[in-house]
Write a protein that binds this ligand. Structure first.
Ligand SMILES: Nc1nc2c(c(=O)[nH]1)N[C@H]1C(S)=C(S)[C@@H](COP(=O)(O)O)O[C@H]1N2
Ligand SMILES: [Mo]
Length: 335
């Protein structure tokens, strides 16, 4: 599947992997075909405020085999009070870290083991392009160059599943200020780690995909207070399947706008070609703000499923909010 999967509670769970593989092959041969699906809508989530307890009760059983795990690297990091109450229950750490999209390591949601191949230490992120101060940050700089804070964000994938995650990181604006873009810079382009010897998800064997994974924002979007680089989650270093050592989190946009395992940040004057938008431009727009009123061509975006225990079919379904509920921060960017 070159485009995202349809919401997978529509499939019988036993069919998912085979179906997915079959579909991806067929799709590739046909150069980006279409599936079909529509989702309905249901009741709203309660406004639980039990997130503090959930954050501190870290689940010791988390982790795929071979995962590197660092306990408490972020002691002393405080939660930003503006993003302390997501008005939904926190997604359990273990579930968030075992239901992932990271196509470099495979097209199913179960890439957490494969993603452990990602070499995250050492790591360099290069910031450049149309800036006064091109800079390279190494792995340690990511944890020291900027004050880290925790923010609990709602997260919404274009496939109509959602989660709530306590990320640790810093506002993207910090990088923007340090880089000091030149007046002609209008967009920022993010590039994810790519090495065909390592990022060898099944799709690689078909060739022809526009790797590496590239995403982009307008500079005013990057400057918005919500735009965030995460280096940790649930009080721990970001697991590889979530995009270690640094990934982008943009809670008002669909998840695909937030690239994982970023190696390059470039300021450019023209809108760059991005991964999904290049593959399926009519399905994955450049702006891609969460909007219940604009259906994906293959399914409704009016509601979403909260990642939970058990079969996806049993997950709670709730209405989707415009801008994923973050309109007060970002709506003014789009008038
Ligand atoms: N490099 C890279 N970044 C990526 C993706 C990907 O396949 N590769 N998938 C995107 C999509 S579609 C989503 S929904 C989120 C998923 O983040 P999570 O697995 O940490 O929940 O990562 C985004 N960033
Ligand atoms: Mo996604």
């Amino acid at each position: 599947m070159f485009s995202h999967l349809p919401p997978d509670w529509q499939s019988k769970s036993s069919d998912i992997s085979l179906e997915t593989v079959f579909w991806s092959r067929r799709k590739f041969l046909k150069t980006l075909g279409r599936g079909a699906i529509a989702a309905g809508a249901l009741s709203l989530a309660g406004c639980q405020n039990n997130t503090d307890a959930a954050v501190s009760a870290l689940d010791e059983t988390l982790e795929a085999p071979g995962a590197t795990r660092f306990k408490n690297p972020f002691k002393g990091t405080t939660r930003n009070p503006s993003f302390a109450n997501p008005q939904r229950e926190l997604t359990p750490q273990k579930l968030a870290a075992s239901y992932n999209n990271f196509y470099e390591f495979g097209e199913t949601k179960s890439i957490q083991t494969a993603a452990q191949r990602l070499p995250t230490d050492p790591w360099t992120i290069e910031v450049g392009g149309l800036v006064q101060n091109p800079t390279k940050y190494d792995r340690d700089d990511l944890f020291k160059a900027f004050d880290l804070e925790e923010r609990i964000y709602r997260f919404r994938c274009v496939e109509a599943w959602a989660m709530v995650v306590p990320w640790i990181g810093f506002p993207m604006r910090k990088i923007l200020e340090a880089a000091d873009p030149k007046p002609e810079a209008r967009f920022v382009k993010f590039t994810s780690f790519y090495d065909p010897k390592i990022t060898t998800g099944p799709l690689f064997s078909f060739g022809g995909l526009p790797w590496p994974y590239v995403e982009s924002l307008r500079i005013d979007e990057m400057a918005n207070d919500l735009a965030f680089f995460a280096v940790g989650a649930y009080g721990e270093l970001l697991p590889k399947q979530h995009g270690a050592p640094i990934r982008s989190v943009l809670p008002w946009k669909y998840g695909f706008k937030g690239p994982k395992s970023i190696v390059k940040i470039e300021f450019v004057d023209e809108q760059p070609a991005t991964f999904w938008n290049t593959l399926v431009p009519d399905e994955y727009g450049f702006i891609a703000n969460v909007n219940p009123e604009v259906p994906h061509p293959r399914w409704s975006q009016a509601s979403e499923r909260l990642v939970g225990d058990g079969p996806a079919l049993s997950w709670t379904r709730i209405p989707t909010l415009p801008y994923n509920g973050y309109g007060e921060f970002v709506a003014n960017l789009y008038t």
